[in-house]
Write a protein that binds this ligand. Structure first.
Ligand code: ZN
Length: 88
């Protein structure tokens, strides 16, 4: 997953920066200055790497998703489909 820093306008009208993921979802709260946003990105990615969460392609549909570990190789959508079919 990549993080992107985008400009953000606070309700007060002040300009700031926000961190969004590839899907455009905002992560954390908007920051007042760009340096804070950059630092936030670094910390967030580092913490994510340490927690073992890694984006892997699904073994079934090849869609990248955040796997919890080597045992988890199916995206949630395929997993629930497999569940419904009684495969798990
Ligand atoms: Zn899948």
């Amino acid at each position: 997953m990549n993080l992107h820093i985008m400009t953000h306008t606070f309700p007060s009208g002040n300009r700031g920066y926000k961190v969004v993921d590839d899907n455009g979802n905002m992560i954390g709260s908007p920051k007042g200055c760009r340096d804070d946003a950059v630092t936030f990105c670094e910390v967030y990615l580092k913490r994510q790497a340490e927690s073992g969460l890694k984006s892997r392609p699904c073994i079934t549909c090849r869609t990248p998703f955040e796997s919890e570990g080597i045992h988890n190789r199916m995206c949630p959508r395929c997993r629930s489909r497999a569940n419904d079919a009684g495969m798990i």
